[in-house]
Design a protein around this ligand. Structure first.
Ligand code: FES
Length: 179
């Protein structure tokens, strides 16, 4: 028969052990959440992944621009959204560009609507501006062409794109970043 002191000691250690197990179960996800790079705030100048476009995409390499999504952390009153859509870009094949592709924000430089893909050109639905795949305005009221963004291949996967996503003032001839 076990001595009462042995039983008390066993129960104490069992309680401590269970506490440690539950602490680990609750703590590990919290630590993973904190170290996940998607949950860190990013500055405007940081490179961000273009979600949904790969440079080896068959259609893209046949000359069809592809739209990608830029994601970022968004915090509202109670909730942290780790992967919210911050904006969109058009990735355009450009054989004469240094890396063979150009990236433009989808935001129209006229009044900020979203520029769509048309037949061999980009078209803004709001006031009918049309832009070539080089970003230059073909016809319309905008005072400048589509805004091109700096990009570079993702070092961990060169078929993915990292872009310096920015917004620019609308309705001006100068391309002025909004910070
Ligand atoms: S917002 Fe695009 S043409 Fe006016």
């Amino acid at each position: 028969m076990a001595h009462p002191d042995d039983r008390r000691s066993f129960l104490r250690w069992a309680t401590l052990g269970l506490g440690a197990v539950f602490g680990a179960i609750l703590g590990v996800p919290a630590v993973l959440y904190l170290i996940d790079p998607r949950n860190k705030k990013t500055r405007p100048s940081e490179l961000r992944l273009v979600d949904g476009v790969r440079l080896d995409d068959a259609e893209l390499n046949q000359g069809v621009p592809k739209q990608g999504v830029i994601r970022d952390v968004r915090v509202d009153a109670w909730t942290l959204h780790p992967s919210d859509a911050l904006g969109r870009v058009w990735v355009v094949p450009a054989p004469n560009a240094p890396r063979g592709f150009r990236v433009f924000t989808t935001i129209c430089p006229h009044m900020g609507c979203s520029v769509n893909l048309g037949e061999g050109e980009f078209a803004c639905p709001c006031h009918s501006a049309r832009f070539g795949f080089d970003g230059a305005q073909i016809v319309g009221p905008a005072l400048r062409g589509m805004d091109e963004l700096d990009w570079e291949p993702d070092p961990t996967d060169p078929q993915r794109i990292l872009v310096r996503y920015e917004s620019f003032q609308a309705a001006t001839s100068a391309k002025t970043p909004i910070h």
